[in-house]
Ligand binder design. Structure first.
Ligand code: 13P
Ligand code: SF4
Length: 397
C-alpha cells in the first residue's frame, strides 16, 4: 500500500504535485481517500521551534489561497507570527464574515471565537481550531440550562419576553447566542458593548447581561447608569439570589461570571505604578473588576489597547491590565515607550496558550494532505438563531 510506503514528507510532496494551487476541493477529488489518514499530533510535540516555523511557512505556501489564518491578540508569538490577520473578537468576527473566498479558516484563538467564525462564514468554508482544548473559563460560567432556568424564573416574576432583552458577550457558547437570537436579544464584544446596551434598553426596559458581570457593570458605570438599578444573578441560587421586588425594580441583571485572568488585577497594582512612575498611563480591559477600571485612565478591547499604546508619543509610560502575551509583545515592539504589566503575578490565558506551533503545524500539514482536523461546526438550527443575534450586533458596529 502506498500509504505504508511513503513517509509523511513524501506523501505531502506527492499531494502537492497532485494539487492545483487554487482548489483544495479539486485536490481532494483527485486523491484516493483511502490513503488520507490523520497525521498524529504526537509526532509534532517535541519538534524544534525552527523546524516547526519552517514547516508552517511551507504548509501555508503550499495551501496558497485555500486557507486564511486568523489570530487573536492573546496568541503566543510563535503562533501570531503566522496569522494573516490578527485582532480582537469584533475584528475577527468581521473578518470571518468577509473573507468568504478562503475555503478554510484556521482560527488561532479560543473555541467560542471559532464557533463565531463558523456561524458567520459561508457554508462552503470550514473553520479549524488547532487545539480543541482551547476553551474559555468565562464562557463556561453560563450553560444554556442555567440561562433557560434564569429566563423561566424571570418570566414568573415579570413578563421576560416583553421587558427583558438578553445580551450575551461573545465569550459564550453558540447555544447562548442562539438563545439571544430567539428571544429578541443580541451579542456584544468588549468594543461595542455600550452601543449594544443602548440598543437593548431602547427596545425593552431591562437587560439580562451574561456571562461577564464586570463588562456589563463597567459599561453601565461609564454610561452613568444608577447602581441601585443593577442586580447580580447567581445561577446557583433560587431567583439568582434576589428578592422578587429587587428583580422587578432592576434594569440591569448581571450574570455572576468573570474572567479568571482579568480578575487577577487589583486596585493596589494601579496605586503601586502611579506611585513608582508619576505620570504613567493606566490602560485596562473592561473584563477587570470595577475597582480597577475606575482607577484606570483608559479602558477598552485588546485592539483598542494595542492601537492606543502603539500610537502614543515616544517617551510615554504605560501600564497595561490584560493578558500577558499581548503585553509582552507590546513591550518588545514599542521600544520608544515604557510598557509594564499591571500585575506582579503571571496572568496568562491558559486556554489561549493551548494553541502552539505544534498544533498549528499539525492542523496545517493535515490540511495539505486533504485532511480537515478539529473542524468546528455549529449545528444548523443553532447557527440560524445565533446568526440573528450576531447580525444585530454587526449592524451596530
Ligand atoms: P477582545 O474582544 O478585547 O479581544 O477580548 C476577548 C477576550 O477574551 C478578552 O479576555
Ligand atoms: Fe476567556 Fe479570560 Fe481567556 Fe479571554 S482571557 S479567552 S475571557 S479566559
Amino acid at each position: 500500500m502506498l500509504s505504508l510506503l511513503l513517509t509523511f514528507f513524501e506523501i505531502r510532496d506527492t499531494m502537492s504535485e497532485l494539487l492545483t494551487p487554487t482548489s483544495l476541493d479539486k485536490k481532494e477529488d483527485r486523491v484516493d481517500a483511502s490513503i488520507i489518514t490523520e497525521l498524529p499530533i504526537a509526532d509534532y510535540q517535541d519538534r524544534p521551534a525552527e523546524e516547526l516555523f519552517e514547516r508552517i511557512v511551507a504548509a501555508k505556501k503550499n495551501l496558497g489561497n485555500q486557507v486564511i489564518v486568523l489570530g487573536h491578540n492573546y496568541q503566543r508569538d510563535e503562533v501570531i507570527v503566522h496569522a494573516d490577520l490578527r485582532g480582537d473578537s469584533l475584528l475577527l468576527s468581521k473578518l470571518a464574515a468577509e473573507r468568504s473566498e478562503f475555503p478554510h479558516v484556521v482560527f488561532c484563538g479560543v473555541h467560542f471565537m471559532a464557533e463565531t467564525a463558523d456561524i458567520l462564514s459561508r457554508s462552503n468554508q470550514t473553520v479549524i481550531l488547532p487545539d480543541l482544548n482551547a476553551g474559555c473559563s468565562m464562557a463556561d460560567m453560563a450553560a444554556i440550562e442555567q440561562v433557560d432556568e434564569c429566563w423561566d424564573s424571570l418570566s414568573r416574576i415579570v413578563s421576560a419576553e416583553d421587558v427583558v432583552t438578553p445580551v450575551v458577550y461573545v465569550n459564550s457558547a453558540a447555544d447562548l447566542k442562539a438563545f439571544c437570537g430567539e428571544h429578541g436579544g443580541i451579542t456584544c464584544t468588549s468594543s461595542n458593548a455600550k452601543a449594544v446596551m443602548n440598543w437593548a434598553w431602547s427596545r425593552r426596559e431591562k437587560i439580562l447581561f451574561f456571562p461577564d458581570e464586570h463588562l456589563g457593570r463597567n459599561v453601565a458605570n461609564k454610561m452613568g447608569f444608577p447602581k441601585d438599578d443593577m442586580i447580580v444573578w447567581d445561577p446557583f441560587k433560587a431567583n439568582g439570589g434576589n428578592t422578587e421586588a429587587a428583580i422587578r425594580k432592576a434594569r440591569l441583571i448581571l450574570w455572576k461570571g468573570h474572567c479568571s485572568v482579568h480578575q487577577m488585577f487589583q486596585p493596589a497594582h494601579v496605586d503601586y505604578f502611579r506611585k513608582q512612575y508619576p505620570g504613567i498611563q493606566v490602560i485596562v480591559h473592561p473584563e477587570c473588576h470595577e475597582n480597577v477600571v475606575n482607577k484606570a485612565d483608559l479602558v477598552g478591547s485588546t485592539e483598542f489597547i494595542i492601537q492606543t499604546v502603539s500610537k502614543a508619543p515616544a517617551g510615554t509610560s504605560w501600564v497595561v491590565g490584560t493578558e500577558l502575551n499581548l503585553v509582552n509583545r507590546l513591550k518588545a515592539e514599542q521600544t520608544d515607550k515604557k510598557v509594564f504589566f499591571l500585575s506582579p503575578m503571571v496572568c496568562r490565558c491558559a486556554t489561549m496558550f493551548r494553541i502552539d506551533a505544534p498544533h498549528l503545524c499539525w492542523a496545517m500539514e493535515n490540511l495539505v494532505q486533504g485532511q480537515v482536523v478539529n473542524h468546528i461546526s455549529v449545528p444548523d438550527d443553532e447557527k440560524v438563531l445565533a446568526k440573528i443575534a450576531l447580525e444585530r450586533m454587526m449592524a451596530l458596529s
